[in-house]
Design a protein around this ligand. Structure first.
Ligand SMILES: [Zn+2]
Length: 440
């Protein structure tokens, strides 16, 4: 059954934050502003002529040395990863990030100032569903410098990460589901850290004018130098996860999957974001159904699969037998002993689960509704089932006929269908299903 969709979110009002930029050492004011659905996150350079904006998208990535920089033409926005991490993890899909310099304020080197800023602006739902990328098979990247990142299928967005410093110093591991609460408490406070041997040449070249122990932890040998003590014993790996969230947000879609990262850095994070874009482009055609064939004729399995996103083992209809006018549809499903659920439902006494008959009704009814609304660009979400009754068991070898009749279509957003399944002309299950429609 399709779950209730997650909605897109933006900020409720504009909020701003001032501070110093890391690389130039200059004062900068950043404000987050509300934006409409499907806008995504865009940066706006208020200090430049015509105030150009740029999408926080991987195709605009310019450099990944020490920090993540995006750009277009001659315009650049440096060190975007911490503010992007906070926006993404706190659930903001659409916003304008306006700045009067080429880099956000570095703050204390963590993402906590941005979490505070977003809380001040508040996060509010919008009227359209989020696009979530479901990872279906492992996607991995490896770099010459020894980073390895893989995303595995998962029903949540999780990150597991290991961090190793020079000569194996400060090896750390952390694994968590990423939610706003977890981010605010466990990840956002983790500060930027640098190894002395890496920053010394930059300090000599005066490339990090704003850098100090106020906004980064410096590790020299086994010594940890910072203004305040470590916030977590494993603060470094937590910061690595914070950076991964920010860099992966350049993918532009929410991820349902488990990211496993070994020695990640901005370069490898960006490579993974690119791999996700490639993978999504590959799987897109199956999610974009073709136009409906005209008339009341049936649909074969290929046409059914063009319309429904469901796949084995969750496609519960083999064929649409036909339509009757605009309100009725009949489908068929052959129930064979090879159905995966018979192995456990129940060993020695195989019976088709009633809930899967309800799912079959929902799939058949949603085909009818997509035909009526003449739009395959909208998805019908199953929101309730009433008066469900299971009258007779369904066994392997049975042919399940699935019937749905549209009884109510209030507006074009809500519809109700009376459904039943039958075997050999006798009703085996029935129910009244309600759907809502949302644009994809
Ligand atoms: Zn960082």
């Amino acid at each position: 059954m399709a779950a209730t969709p997650e909605l897109q979110h933006t900020v409720g009002k504009t909020a701003s934050l001032s501070g110093m930029s890391l690389h130039t050492g200059e004062k900068v004011t950043l404000c987050v502003q509300p934006a409409p659905v499907d806008h995504g996150i865009k940066f706006k350079r208020k200090d430049l002529q015509d105030e150009p904006t740029i999408d926080a998208k991987i195709e605009n990535l310019k450099t990944v040395e020490r920090a993540t920089t995006i750009g277009e033409g001659s315009m650049r926005v440096h060190t975007v990863e911490h503010v992007l991490s906070a926006l993404s993890a706190m659930g903001v899909d659409n916003a304008i990030v306006e700045m009067d310099a080429n880099e956000p304020p570095i703050g204390d080197g963590s993402a906590s100032p941005y979490v505070e800023l977003i809380s001040k602006a508040s996060v509010i739902p919008q009227e359209k569903a989020r696009q979530i990328f479901d990872v279906r098979e492992p996607i991995s990247i490896e770099t010459k410098s020894g980073s390895l990142l893989v995303v595995l299928p998962d029903d949540k967005f999780r990150i597991s990460c290991t961090q190793v410093g020079p000569e194996g110093r400060f090896s750390q591991f952390y694994s968590t589901e990423v939610t706003p609460a977890v981010f605010e408490r466990e990840l956002a406070p983790a500060r930027t850290f640098v190894f002395y041997e890496d920053v010394q040449p930059l300090m000599e070249k005066n490339l990090i004018k704003g850098g100090s122990l106020e906004n980064a932890i410096v590790v020299r040998g086994d010594a940890v130098l910072s203004k305040e003590p470590l916030r977590f014993p494993d603060e470094f790996v937590r910061h690595k996860i914070l950076d991964i969230i920010g860099d992966l947000s350049l993918f532009g879609h929410r991820i349902r999957g488990h990211v496993v990262a070994v020695k990640p850095g901005h370069h490898s994070n960006a490579e993974l974001a690119r791999a996700l874009v490639r993978e999504r482009t590959k799987t897109m055609p199956t999610l974009q159904p073709r136009a409906f064939p005209p008339g009341e004729g049936g649909l074969d399995i290929r046409q059914v699969m063009d319309i429904l996103p469901h796949r084995y083992p969750f496609l519960m209809v083999d064929r649409i037998v036909g339509f009757e006018g605009d309100t009725k549809i009949s489908g068929v499903k052959s129930v064979t002993i090879n159905e995966p659920y018979f192995g456990g439902h129940f060993p020695g006494h195989p019976v088709m689960p009633g809930v899967l008959q309800v799912e079959a009704m929902a799939q058949v009814a949603s085909i009818l509704m997509m035909k009526i609304t003449k739009s395959a660009s909208r998805i019908g979400y199953f929101i309730s089932a009433d008066a469900v009754k299971f009258r007779k068991p369904v066994f392997p070898g049975d042919t399940l006929f699935i019937h749905a009749e549209l009884t109510k279509a209030r507006s074009n957003r809500l519809a109700k269908a009376k459904c039943h399944c039958s075997v050999n002309d006798s009703v085996v299950s029935e129910g009244e299903l309600m759907f809502t429609f949302l644009d994809k």
